[in-house]
Design a protein around this ligand. Structure first.
Ligand SMILES: Cc1ncc(C[n+]2csc(CCOP(=O)(O)OP(=O)(O)O)c2C)c(N)n1
Length: 569
């Protein structure tokens, strides 16, 4: 069928089954927006900043497992989108970003709003395309979606010059792709899997090290089955929260810089690490030479470049976790679970010795209490997004995550400003679920214009601001490592949050007591409007345990048993 390049873009989005596109128009992409106006195959959400549009597409992708789509214009529209691309890239999130570009004849002339989008995005996309002719547009769009979701997922950029969007040509959307240089491996090598199984059967202190790849591969049921059949204890990374389920007795909790005592000790003492979709990030390993020092390592990952990148690996297995576990599980039927009994007992004692705990208060709201409370009040039904800082770590430590995709946060890049737009994306995908963005007074200001977006599109996200009047996480480091020199982290000057929310069409709550907290949550759910819940929390609370940067995992700063509340210790 004959159509314009702009129409082809819309047709491809519809053909890919995408229901929601996030974006922001401008000169170079106006023809595409004109087609968006005419079609009704998908909804378009006008975010109020391109960074937010990309984060919203990202939140949509993380909540659903489908490819998120965002659309931006050239030049400043594209550069605003870069943080969103980098965020998705670091966490391997499937996404397609379509950017407008100046006409082909102006490329390389410093034309108005020209920027080298392909050059800039090279290190923060899985792949990128500059479309050079209308003929190749349908193929490129098909490949972009395929590359974004296959193998190790990631964001793909399609940069479309303006003249191509008006040109008319024949459209037929390909059914399949053929990219000779790109053939992900899904099935694990049989011999390697057999060797890994032997190692598991011989180990005395094995440990499942579960990473975000398990979520991406939708392999959580198989991972739970693996733990159940073998009775091997498990630790989760920040990105994998929810995989095992909070109540699973085999789950020790999160590991790493803010991991709990039992998890970090388990990793320090294990004799066999079974790594599933984890990437040995420095926030997890601490000092590499001390990391799992006594262990052999089984490393399962779909990305061959990721295997043995940071640690020596004894059993490398390239493949999709779902397929590898399907191959592996039948070989583990006869495993002697009693073999690991003594190991489980040691870990149980560690957990009793230093549980994940904090000292609660009746005088002031503790941030950990606030997180646990939303867990009690809403629990399984909620989707929790977060920004970056102390609140993120408390959410990861204390929320009872029961399933993957319930916890959405920027792990790899650590992007402040991610939480609110990501929550909008998740809420568009699951309007019936309560979506709470756990945020800080610093982070929320980085994309607060999205109040307007959420209000306009009736997307009632609850922004729970754990307000410590500080850039808390940086303040914590200043407390511990810079002799309390609080350089540029004091946020005593604050907006009127309630008024701000109301000015943008939402609701605001000022919360200072536990009673007010419960009442605000209840009201926010009933009112069904976007809101700011400004929760005054203990100012100098620290996130503990903490492994100082570059330290060994077993050298944790642990919580004190008694604390003074509301003042600096
Ligand atoms: C875009 C961006 N800029 C700077 C940082 C560095 N940073 C990490 S945590 C943090 C403080 C966050 O403060 P807030 O949002 O108030 O949360 P809190 O730690 O107090 O819970 C900062 C500035 C970052 N992660 N992202």
């Amino acid at each position: 069928m004959q159509m314009s390049g702009a129409q082809m873009v819309c047709e491809a989005i519809i053909a890919e089954g995408v229901k929601t596109v996030f974006g922001y128009p401008g000169g170079a992409i106006m023809h595409v927006y004109d087609e968006i106006y005419k079609q009704n195959g998908f909804e378009h959400i006008l975010n109020r900043h391109e960074q937010a549009a990309v984060h919203a597409a990202d939140g949509y992708a993380r909540a659903t497992g489908k490819v998120g789509v965002a659309m931006v214009t050239s030049g400043p529209g594209f550069t605003n989108a870069v943080t969103g691309l980098a965020t998705a890239y670091m966490d391997s999130i499937p996404m397609v970003v379509i950017s407008g570009q100046v006409p082909l004849s102006l490329i390389g002339t410093d034309g108005f709003q020209e920027i080298d989008a392909v050059g800039i995005s090279r290190p923060c996309t899985k792949h990128n395309f500059l479309v050079r002719s209308l003929e190749e547009l349908p193929r490129i769009l098909k490949e972009a979606f395929y590359i974004a979701r296959s193998g190790r997922p990631g964001p793909v950029l399609v940069d479309v010059p303006k003249d191509i969007t008006v040109e008319i040509g024949e459209f037929s959307y390909p059914d399949s792709v053929n990219i000779p240089s790109y053939k992900p491996t899904y099935k694990g090598n049989k011999r390697q899997i057999e060797k890994a199984v032997e190692a598991i059967k011989k180990a005395k202190k094995p440990l499942l090290y579960i990473g975000g790849g398990v979520v991406l591969s939708n392999a959580y049921k198989l991972v739970r089955q693996l733990a159940e059949t073998t009775q091997i204890p498990a630790v989760e990374t920040l990105m994998a929260r929810g995989v095992m389920g909070a109540k699973n007795p085999l789950l020790l909790g999160m590991l790493g810089m803010h991991g709990n005592y039992a998890s970090n000790m388990a990793m320090s003492e294990t004799d066999l690490v079974i790594s599933l979709g984890a990437r040995f990030d420095d926030r997890v390993t601490g000092k590499l030479s001390e990391f799992a020092k006594y262990a052999d390592i089984i490393h399962v990952d779909i990305d061959p470049a990721n295997i043995a990148k940071l640690v020596d690996v004894d059993y490398p297995i390239v493949g999709d976790i779902t397929q590898v576990l399907e191959q592996m599980l039948p070989l583990l039927d006869d495993v002697n679970t009693e073999r690991y009994h003594a190991w489980r007992e040691i870990l149980k004692r560690y957990d009793e010795l230093h549980p994940q705990s904090y000292v609660d208060s009746d005088e002031v709201i503790k941030p950990q209490w606030a997180i646990e409370r939303i867990g009690e009040l809403i629990g399984e039904d909620a989707i929790i997004t977060s920004d970056v800082g102390q609140h993120q770590m408390w959410a990861a430590q204390h929320y009872p995550f029961d399933r993957p995709r319930q916890w959405i946060n920027s792990g790899g890049l650590g992007t402040m400003g991610f939480g609110f737009p990501a929550a909008i994306g998740a809420k568009r995908a699951f309007p019936e679920k309560t979506v709470i963005n756990v945020t800080g007074d610093g982070s929320i200001l980085m994309n607060m214009q999205e109040l307007v977006t959420a209000a306009e599109y009736k997307t009632p996200v609850i922004n729970m601001i754990l307000n410590n009047h500080f850039l808390g996480m940086v303040r914590q480091w200043q407390t511990f490592f810079y002799e309390k020199r609080y350089s540029e982290t004091d946020l005593s000057f604050q907006p009127n949050w309630k008024a701000l929310a109301e000015a943008c069409g939402g609701i605001g709550y000022d919360v200072t007591t536990k009673e007010e907290f419960d009442a605000a949550i209840k009201d926010a759910i009933e009112q069904d409007k976007v809101c700011f819940m400004n929760v005054a929390v203990n100012r100098f609370e620290n996130v503990l345990p903490m492994v100082p940067a570059g330290g060994a995992l077993f050298n944790m700063m642990l919580p004190q048993k008694t604390e003074t509340h509301g003042e600096e210790k």
